[in-house]
Design a protein around this ligand. Structure first.
Ligand SMILES: *[C@@H]1O[C@H](CO)[C@@H](O)[C@H](O)[C@H]1NC(C)=O
Ligand SMILES: *[C@@H]1O[C@H](CO)[C@@H](O)[C@H](O)[C@H]1NC(C)=O
Ligand SMILES: *[C@@H]1O[C@H](CO)[C@@H](O)[C@H](O)[C@H]1NC(C)=O
Length: 322
């Protein structure tokens, strides 16, 4: 039988059983070449609502090509603390009522071909620049065409709600993923991408929304809140959440070492949405330690996510001050 891996967004499912994974990890980054005004003007409310989650390609049968990929959560646990929004942020009051996660989570959009509009979820995390968001690797880099999606009218819309962008549409200026992701047989343990956003009206996004803490080599099997905009719930127009204690992923092919969060009914579109530990429901603040990555046909209603390890920490170290 075929084992189906479904990216939690659209367009691509991927051939999982391929060559040996490249475990020689380094950073691949790119300065975004699309002008910011083009990106922002492109995304009208109608286009944002039309962006969909979609085509899935079946991988070949579950051939085991695993060749001892070692889990590299090999460093000390590290936490970079998130920030409160600036005192001048017009959001201050709303955030006090609803919690910071409402503003730090949003949707990303891109369109690489005429009339094909796609989206994922993403969130603002701690950074030196105040400009950094995290999402899934497959929301920034297309491993079938070997292209950065961030060149395709790619924007982030924090607190996206039903076609509206209450805190603006933020174009990308630089993107980074690991080379173990930016190749035709990507390593799903590294399905993570960081993006540095442009300023909007002279402001860094973190001034407006605040940011969530980001954690590396965090413990597994901890109470987790997973946020995202899955197309199957409210047409992806409203932020959703799954909560629970994730366990070992049922997907073990090719050395996959991520976790699975079961009893979660979010599907495509929630990709890239953050997993937070130590989440405080009253403040809406937690530590981002993974992102929604894929579902697996043999473990229904379970979302898999890679635990941020030392390699992902290196990636964050690269992007934080860019
Ligand atoms: C890892 O990749 C870099 C850059 O491609 C190369 O210079 C280096 O020799 C590689 N290391 C190993 C152990 O393969
Ligand atoms: C796949 O192969 C690896 C290495 O040979 C082995 O350790 C692992 O148990 C195999 N996995 C399955 C599901 O057969
Ligand atoms: C979303 O917007 C549409 C109009 O575009 C409106 O009819 C609908 O009620 C809105 N839904 C929510 C949940 O706000």
């Amino acid at each position: 039988m075929n084992f189906l891996i479904t990216y939690l967004f659209l367009s691509i499912g991927v051939l999982m059983a391929q060559d040996e994974f490249n475990t020689n990890v380094s950073i691949n980054s790119a300065v975004v070449i699309r002008s910011r005004s083009m990106s922002v003007d492109f995304w009208t409310p109608e286009r944002m609502k039309a962006a969909k989650e979609p085509v899935v390609i079946l991988p070949p049968n579950g051939k085991n090509t695993s060749r001892s990929f070692s889990i590299s959560n090999n460093g000390p646990q590290a936490t970079i603390l998130g920030r409160t929004p600036a005192a001048t942020s017009p959001l201050g009051r709303a955030l006090n009522v609803r919690g910071r996660y409402v503003a730090t989570t949003g949707r990303v959009f891109w369109s690489c071909s005429v009339n094909i509009m796609s989206y994922c979820s993403a969130s603002v995390v701690a950074s030196t620049s105040g400009d950094v968001i995290v999402t899934a690797g497959h929301c920034v880099y297309d491993t079938s065409t070997l292209q950065w999606l961030t060149n395709c009218n790619w924007i982030f819309v924090p607190a996206y709600y039903n076609g509206t962008a209450p805190y603006g549409k933020w174009p990308a200026r630089e993107v980074a993923a690991l080379t173990s992701w930016t190749q035709s047989s990507p390593n799903y343990n590294n399905d993570v991408g960081f993006v540095a956003l442009s300023l909007l009206n002279g402001r860094h996004i973190t001034e407006l929304t605040g940011s969530q803490s980001v954690g590396f080599n965090y413990p597994r099997n901890q109470p987790t809140y997973s946020f995202g905009y899955p197309l199957n719930l409210d047409q992806g127009e409203i932020l959703q959440v799954c909560t629970g204690i994730p366990g070992v992923s049922k997907y073990t092919t090719n050395g996959y070492a991520g976790q699975g969060l079961s009893n979660c009914y979010m599907t495509g579109g929630c990709s890239g949405g953050p997993w937070l530990q130590q989440f405080d429901e009253s403040t809406g603040i937690g530590v981002t330690y993974s992102v929604n990555s894929f579902t697996y046909s043999l473990a229904p209603n379970t979302i898999n996510g890679p635990v941020f390890d030392s390699n992902i920490q290196s990636l964050w170290n690269y992007i934080t001050a860019r």
